[in-house]
Design a protein around this ligand. Structure first.
Ligand code: HAM
Length: 422
């Protein structure tokens, strides 16, 4: 019986993994340049971490979370995002006691029960940073600079990118803004989708996030959060923008940007790609100055972002496709002819690998011609070992790019293959 993978959960095949590995390496290098250190948190957490941290009323928790009891009935969730987990770890391990800014990064799988489409899956992978412990607006700008820097490293076209920015204020601003939104939408309740009519009572901010056309049209003229900021938050937002200007980071103020998770305060942003279609957010983030306290720690401001690996892969594969095929994966492909050569070849393989060169051989009983075809597809050099070569104590090396051949003494080849296949 054939068992298929779960809808929305993809295999990443060997043809794709080189790009993933390159991306992961660039991401780690960029994060390290900005002083972030890696943290690895579990894939499974208690449900309450997300219902409290991310918010009961958010789509992510209410509709998309994979929830299941363990064998003793403890309600668990596959993590839909990592910020809540990182903050839990920060509180649990007393990282705040060190009194410094904690700069933490992560890479890993997240799970959301969404309708799969291009750039949206049920298992997807995020890279993200969390800077916990400072309210300095320069830090908000630094986090956004890191996002830009990453895109530059990956050689994404700058013109294809757009940084959208807003401030949604602090928890003291929220009730005032909430009331303004409720008043506005209540007067237009007939044009709201059924879901947003419910949100009108529970969480009117979420209406600004609704994808229904009717609600979106209303959202465009809705009261703006920036008009309901306290003097402190207004100053903070002005400072963030000034720092962005100092760094030369282009951005667009978007008063409808509220983000889909409840923990955000003050700065929110998204970096979008014009090359992605409907799911255009490459990454998103912002401040969450109350989350540490909400999860049992001392009041501690924080800011961060996370991006989807799959979306980077989509944008970069399109770009790379235009750049042509990648280099062969192997240094060498050994083609033995006959049983004696196979036996001798096995010893050579072991020696060559231990010297640090990548080498493979034929285990499918292929003819010389077929084996050479495989060599041509997978390696830079072919090493041919037949009865004649064995009798002479030699091996034939062929440069597969130039076609140039040379005979090499076997002991020399086993001892120092590096100098021979430069
Ligand atoms: P988020 O906007 O929910 O934020 O997700 C961040 C990014 O993850 C999105 O911009 C998108 O690139 C990617 N993403 C989200 N859902 C999917 C999906 N179903 N399939 C593929 N990619 C997806 C957060 O998760 C916050 N924790 C970000 C953050 C960190 N805020 C502060 N610190």
């Amino acid at each position: 019986m054939k068992v298929e993978s779960v809808r929305g959960m993809r295999d990443i095949l060997p043809e794709e993994t080189p790009l993933w590995q390159k991306l992961e390496a660039e991401i780690r290098a960029a994060f390290a340049l900005y002083g972030y250190r890696e943290i690895r948190v579990p894939l499974v957490e208690r449900v309450e971490l997300f219902s409290r941290g991310v918010g009961e009323e958010t789509e992510v928790v209410d509709k998309q979370m994979y929830v299941f009891p363990d064998r003793k009935g403890l309600p668990l969730a596959l993590r839909p995002e990592a910020t809540a987990s990182v903050v839990r770890a920060y509180v649990e391990h007393g990282l705040h006691a060190k009194g410094d800014l904690a700069k933490l990064y992560y890479l890993g799988a997240m799970f959301r029960y969404e309708k799969p489409q291009l750039g949206r899956q049920r298992q997807f992978h995020q890279y993200g940073v969390e800077a916990i412990g400072s309210l300095d607006p320069a830090l908000d700008a630094e986090v956004m600079d890191l996002a830009w820097h990453l895109m530059e490293r990956l050689a994404l076209r700058r013109e294809g990118l757009l940084l959208r920015l807003n401030s949604i204020g602090c928890r003291d601003d929220r009730p005032v803004y909430r009331e303004a939104l409720q008043g506005y939408f209540a007067a237009r309740v007939g044009d709201l989708c059924p879901e947003c009519r419910r949100r009108l009572e529970t969480n009117p901010l979420r209406i600004l996030d609704c994808k229904e056309e009717g609600c979106r049209a209303l959202a465009r003229s809705a009261p703006r959060s920036v008009d309901h900021l306290c003097p402190g938050c207004r100053q903070h937002f002005a400072d963030v923008q000034a720092h962005l200007a100092d760094l030369g980071l282009a951005h667009e103020f978007d008063p409808t940007l509220v983000r889909g998770l409840d923990y955000y305060t003050r700065t929110v942003f998204e970096l979008c790609s014009r090359d992605l279609g409907a799911q255009d957010a490459l990454l998103g983030g912002g401040r969450y100055d109350d989350l540490v306290e909400l999860l049992g720690g001392p009041p501690t401001p924080a800011v961060g972002f996370a991006g989807g690996m799959e979306r980077l892969v989509i944008v970069l594969s399109a770009q790379q496709g235009a750049e042509g095929a990648s280099a062969p994966a192997l240094d060498l492909y050994l083609v033995p002819i006959g049983d004696d050569a196979r036996r001798e070849g096995a010893k050579l393989l072991a020696a060559v690998r231990r010297s640090g060169l990548s080498v493979d051989t034929d285990y499918m009983g292929r003819s010389l011609r077929k084996a050479m075809q495989v060599a041509g597809r997978t390696a830079r050099y072919a090493a041919i070992l037949g009865p004649d070569e064995l009798a002479r104590g030699e091996i034939k090396l062929k440069n597969l790019a130039t076609g140039e051949e040379k005979a090499v003494r076997l002991p020399q080849f086993a001892a120092d293959p590096h100098t021979l296949i430069r």
